[in-house]
Design a protein around this ligand. Structure first.
Ligand code: PLP
Length: 335
């Protein structure tokens, strides 16, 4: 099974007025740094503060008549999208998450009326609970990334970007389970085959990057990160996001916690935007020169802004931040 432009067009029609049309804005500072026009797709402006509303809404709207409810595992934002979409459809949602998920994300999901289950220390533990609920309570599971409707929903971002800026040479996509990168790559390359798509993630637990290198899905240890949204594996039985990423991505790049810290400061002090760690990796990879030098305009997707504001405040002040076993010592930002 694969994914076609027509699936993404269908998702775009379904999502119209519900989860679409975020701004694509130029970043003067990043344009200066990159040496080419640099655009930001502001997906953190979605009603749930992250792009994941697109895939979740598309999947929930596609459920058969009479569906009792949905469940999923999540690092936070997918759960929020599923909770929002389920509430809109008037059905039950049970969101399973590990202890690594920040409290700010858990609270956001509860506020939407979903049931929350905190289980174990990894996405795998959360996934097992979600799959148990399918059996035990007759709920439908919606994978955060390995689901055709979810990938098609995320792919609508690729359509919007390429229609707004057909001159783009490359799109830098934050990468975790690969649903976003897969959808964006299929959509963007259908409209412009030569556009390059790079997946970017943190070096602490880069499951898709390691899997692409190994030639098959591999497990990685899940570690606390400023990019908590990018944590978790890709599933050892991955059916869709892995093969699509393998076929359509032009490369993957890893960034460090310190680089993410700095990129969050850049986005705030230079572009006046608040975003979570997982959504600034495209800026981080550009600022550190880890991406191939572009010959023309590029864009990155600022994927979400659901973060703890105390943590955000510490980073903007240049204070050290401790996450589990790791202390990240950033610098005070000098605009
Ligand atoms: C889920 C998520 C990603 C990565 O999306 P995948 O489809 O899992 O690769 C990036 N940024 C944010 C903020 C997310 O919530």
């Amino acid at each position: 099974m694969t994914l076609h432009l027509s699936d993404i067009e269908a998702a775009a029609a379904r999502l119209k007025g519900k989860a679409d049309a975020t701004p694509l804005v130029p970043s003067p500072f990043m344009t200066e740094a990159a040496g080419v026009p640099f655009h930001l797709k502001l997906e953190m402006m979605q009603p749930i503060g992250a792009f994941k509303l697109r895939g979740a809404m598309n999947a929930v709207m596609n459920l058969p008549e009479g569906a009792q409810g949905v469940t999923c595992c999540s690092t936070g934002n997918h759960g929020r999208g599923v909770a929002f979409a389920a509430a809109a459809r008037g059905i039950r949602a049970v969101i399973c998450m590990s202890e690594l998920v920040p409290q700010a994300k858990v609270d956001g999901i509860r506020a939407l009326g979903a049931e929350v289950k905190i289980v174990g220390r990894s996405q795998d533990d959360a996934l097992a609970e979600s799959q148990r609920l399918v059996e035990a309570e007759g709920l439908v599971e919606i994978s955060p990334f390995d689901d055709a409707h979810v990938i098609a929903g995320q792919g609508t971002i690729g359509l919007e970007i390429m229609r707004a800026a057909p001159e783009l040479e490359a799109i830098y996509v934050p990468l975790s389970g690969g649903g976003l990168a897969a959808g964006v790559a299929v959509a963007a390359k259908a409209l412009k085959p030569e556009v390059k798509i790079y997946g970017i993630t943190m070096d602490r637990g880069a499951a898709m990057h390691e899997s692409l290198r190994a030639g098959h899905p591999v497990d990685v240890e899940e570690l606390p990160s400023l990019a908590d949204s990018l944590g978790g594996g890709i599933g050892m039985n991955n059916r869709l996001s892995y093969p699509i990423c393998r076929e359509f991505l032009d490369g993957t790049v890893l960034v460090t916690e310190e680089e993410i810290y700095h990129a969050m400061q850049v986005l705030f002090y230079e572009d006046r935007l608040v975003a979570e760690g997982g959504s600034v990796v495209g800026l981080a990879a550009t600022l550190t020169g880890k991406l191939p030098k572009p010959g023309g305009p590029v864009a990155t997707i600022v994927t979400g802004r659901n973060l703890d504001m105390h943590l955000f405040h510490r980073i903007m002040a240049g204070e050290p931040v401790t996450l589990g076993d790791k202390t990240i010592r950033g610098q005070t930002y000098e605009p």
